[in-house]
Ligand binder design. Structure first.
Ligand SMILES: Cc1ncc(COP(=O)(O)O)c(C=O)c1O
Length: 437
């Protein structure tokens, strides 16, 4: 007897949306064809139940001492953020715009943490007006600007200092710490800055923050990096003679999007962190983890229809109505090596076909391509395709203005019902804000 082959990435992603043996892709229990028929394509669909289930798993793995923040940059849809808030998450925001989204989603200012290396006066103003919990400072220059703002306005912001760790985190695909970086404050510069914040007494010093990188697949390295922050905080506290009561370990848990990607061992990362916190033995401390991709990616599906099928020099091409202007990550934006996201037909999604297709969108650039030589069943104009694992860094990470196509609609499915949570754009939106002199 032949051994059963291990499940592919596509199988694993499909299992979220199709009960074994079912013939149709469904998101949150509603058939993809029905959703596409009702709301049109291209279309993003998010399943609330998967968001809740994923957050519950993360909270269980990290234990009761760690609070989870949802990093809105992964998907700044307020309805989706609200689902995560109601399921127990706080918010990590990185712009004044994201503060507006977080407020619309019902987050209290105190439950928001603000990161980003280029916060400006407008950001400070909205953050303080919102009563934001913690601003994570990324440089001494930023602190100088914030302190001047706070003095002028009579505000007293809560701040933490983001650390640029001396070593980069192993196993992370995009490193945002270690070496010379625009993010965070180099380790040797931390103590002088912390002393200055204490001495000037304009801001309330809460603690430290670190965010070492995204798409991290090495759970042990992630936990070690978090442990390094605890050690660093304890050493700095002694030198400073003041508490660093809030430690934010960042996020970046990896989500397998491509064939061959490993799984991120959430339970291992959580156990490592819980163990370090237990040894820290500091009941007065608050610990945070801020996650984007891990919370939202599995819940989202991008639906796109075939506009034309054609053959060029013997190769089959599918031209789709969706493209890199709406799902840049699936078209390889930000990746060094282009690989295909799991992509399936909505009808009989398990079926692997005999045709090899190159699948691309309507943009006038060869970069607008989701897959080259993808094995699919015979497809025709009007057929519906689904790109799975699309709930994070989709629309928000795309060059939406290129070729002036309207934005896709976004739909949230919850309890068997579907709501439009972002309206489809219109071609005339291309002129929004433009003026002729
Ligand atoms: C400061 C900060 N926090 C959180 C995140 C979310 O990361 P991820 O979606 O990989 O969890 C990012 C992503 O770039 C970030 O820069």
């Amino acid at each position: 007897m032949q051994p059963t082959p291990p499940p592919t990435r596509k199988d694993l992603a499909l299992a979220e949306h199709v009960p074994p043996g079912a013939r149709e892709l469904a998101i949150g229990g509603i058939a993809a064809e029905e959703l596409a028929g009702r709301f049109g394509t291209p279309l993003y669909v998010f399943a609330a139940e998967i968001l809740r289930r994923t957050l519950a798993r993360v909270r269980a793995a990290l234990g009761p001492r760690v609070r989870v923040l949802y990093a809105l940059k992964a998907n700044p849809n307020a309805a989706l953020a609200r689902v995560l808030r109601l399921a127990g998450a706080g918010a990590e925001i990185a712009s004044a715009g994201e503060i507006h989204v977080a407020r619309a989603a019902g987050f209290a200012g105190a439950d928001m943490h603000f990161a980003g290396p280029g916060k400006n006066h407008e950001d400070f103003a909205l953050a303080t007006a919102t009563g934001l919990g913690t601003l994570n400072l990324e440089s001494e220059a930023e602190y100088t600007a914030l302190a001047a703002f706070a003095r002028a306005k009579g505000a007293r912001p809560g701040v933490a200092v983001r650390v640029n760790p001396k070593d980069a985190m192993a196993g992370s695909r995009m490193k945002m710490g270690g070496g010379s970086k625009k993010f965070g404050v180099d380790e040797p510069e931390l103590l002088p800055l912390l002393r200055r914040i204490r001495r000037e007494d304009v801001c309330t010093l809460r603690g430290l923050h670190v965010y070492a990188g995204t798409q991290s697949f090495d759970a042990a390295a992630w936990a070690a990096n978090a442990g390094h922050l605890v050690d660093l905080a304890n050493g700095l506290e002694r030198d400073l003679g003041a508490p660093l009561a809030s430690l934010n370990f960042g996020g970046g848990f990896g989500v397998a999007s491509f064939e061959g990607d490993p799984d991120f061992d959430l339970e291992r990362a959580g156990a490592g962190l819980q163990d370090r916190i237990a040894r820290d033995a500091r009941p007065d401390r608050t610990y945070w983890v801020e996650l984007g991709r891990y919370l939202t990616a599995p819940a989202g599906v991008y639906l796109t229809r075939v506009v034309y099928a054609k053959t060029s020099q013997g190769k089959r091409h599918l031209i789709l109505d969706g493209g890199m202007h709406q799902h840049g990550a699936a078209a390889g934006l930000g990746s060094v090596i282009r690989r295909a996201f799991p992509m399936v037909p909505a009808r009989e999604p398990w079926r692997t076909g005999a045709e090899r297709y190159t699948c691309g969108g309507p943009l006038c650039t060869p970069a607008d391509e989701f897959a080259a030589d993808l094995l699919l069943p015979e497809l025709h104009a009007g057929d519906l395709l689904a790109i799975l694992v699309s709930g994070a860094y989709g629309l928000t990470f795309s060059n939406t203005m290129f070729l002036s196509h309207p934005a896709p609609a976004e739909v949230l499915v919850d309890g068997g019902q579907a709501w439009v949570v972002r309206e489809r754009g219109r071609p005339e939106d291309a002129l929004r804000g433009q003026r002729l002199p």
